[in-house]
Design a protein around this ligand. Structure first.
Ligand code: GMT
Length: 370
């Protein structure tokens, strides 16, 4: 099959997921044609004979305050559909990709599949600035998928989608994100824990809650360390808070890193305290690495994390609760191993490429056969 794929190429889990999927489809002999404004980060430096990148050209013009990206994207979808005889276009993150795909289909007849990822439904998608056109563009798709049951329900409710939405979970490469040996620290040595948090530092992630939690942990387990990996709008504010709480010794801000699998192998647990989240990749990556997770009981997280089985769930906006769970794991190496093994098992059972890619192919086949 020849599949056009549109996503945000540089930021966010939706782009990472779309790229992972494209590479897996290519490995199975399909053609993956990325139609994006930049080469997706996750395939930079990787060449594959079935992966192609078509860059959207947004023409600057003095008249424009906001260059019309949706039209440029729709035009490139049209061009690629014609030149490469695409069977379908799969867009990840509805805004504005679904609208561009709808426009392109009007001209070429090329069907499109929309995968809903998160704020394209829960935050931006349901804002009145986007709602009407976003809902129409999603509703008109030849198939709609969502990355969690939570998100599908939100789309029915907030966007008023009437069409069936198929839930297909996110996935990780379980060979890349695998348990130790760690190259730097021996994970089971007798010491306080190393906690990892990986995100794009957007307000929704509430990174500062983890810093507050760490200030509580530091009093009881002075050897515990927190690694904050990533970059984004709240990074500087977070740094200032770390200084104010005098936690420079305990918290390391690494910035953006390309060696996340190894950082996870050198950690003892993963923390995520978002106020909403549809299906976080960072949890899957931590769990695949054999780590227990401490995460907020919001959105689609309880579909992945079973409290007390493969990690712990805590209420949102509650640093004391995060600290308490970190301390529980800090004091009990056996508990860490048990939850970590269960976490890895959860991923192998439900969230690997082998379990998930076929579910997308089934959707494509249905769409193409009409
Ligand atoms: O929706 C967003 O906020 C951005 C989006 C992204 O591109 O990273 O994140 C969403 O999609 C990811 C990939 O499916 C999920 O891992 C995230 O949970 C989800 N974010 C939210 O729901 C806030």
């Amino acid at each position: 099959m020849k599949i056009g794929i549109t996503c945000y190429p540089t930021v966010g889990g939706s782009g990472i997921l779309a790229t992972r999927l494209g590479v897996r489809l290519a490995a199975r002999g399909h053609e993956a044609h990325f139609i994006t404004y930049e080469r997706p980060v996750a395939i930079q430096g990787v060449d594959h004979e079935n992966v192609f990148v078509h860059l959207v050209n947004v023409v600057e013009y003095p008249l424009f305050k906001y260059p019309p990206y949706t039209i440029a994207l729709g035009s490139e979808m049209f061009n690629v559909s014609q030149q490469r005889s695409l069977d379908l276009i799969h867009v990840h993150y509805a805004i504005p990709h679904a609208t561009a795909a709808l426009l392109a289909r009007e001209i070429t007849g090329t069907p499109y599949v929309v995968t809903l990822h998160g704020s394209d439904v829960t935050i931006l998608g349901s804002d009145s600035s986007y709602l009407a056109v976003n809902t129409h563009s999603v509703e008109q798709a030849d198939a709609i998928t969502a990355v969690s049951n939570f998100l599908a329900d939100e789309a029915y409710e907030r966007l008023g989608i009437m069409q069936d939405i198929t839930v297909i979970p996110n996935f990780v490469d379980a060979e890349v994100f695998s348990p130790p040996p760690c190259e730097v620290i021996e994970r089971n040595s007798k010491r306080d824990v190393v906690v990892a948090h990986i995100s794009n530092f957007r307000p929704v992630k509430r990174v500062q809650d983890i810093v507050y939690a760490m200030s509580i942990v530091a009093k009881r387990a002075p050897g515990a360390r927190l690694m904050l990996v990533g970059d984004g709008p709240e990074r500087h504010m977070t740094e200032r808070l770390i200084d104010r709480l005098d936690l420079r010794q305990q918290i390391l801000m690494t910035g953006f890193r390309s060696d996340v699998p190894n950082l996870l192998r050198c950690s003892d647990l993963v923390v995520l305290c978002s106020e909403t989240e549809s299906a976080p990749l960072t949890l899957l990556e931590g769990m695949s690495s054999g780590l227990p997770v401490v995460a907020t009981r919001v959105g689609g997280i309880p579909e992945i994390v079973e409290d007390g089985v493969n990690g712990f769930l805590v209420p949102p906006k509650h640093p004391e609760a995060i600290a308490e769970k970190i301390m529980e794991l800090n004091g009990d190496r056996e508990l860490r191993s048990r939850l970590g093994e269960e976490a890895r098992r959860t991923v192998l059972e439900r969230y690997t490429a082998d379990k998930v890619v076929g579910q997308y192919l089934e959707i494509y086949e249905k769409v193409v056969s009409g």
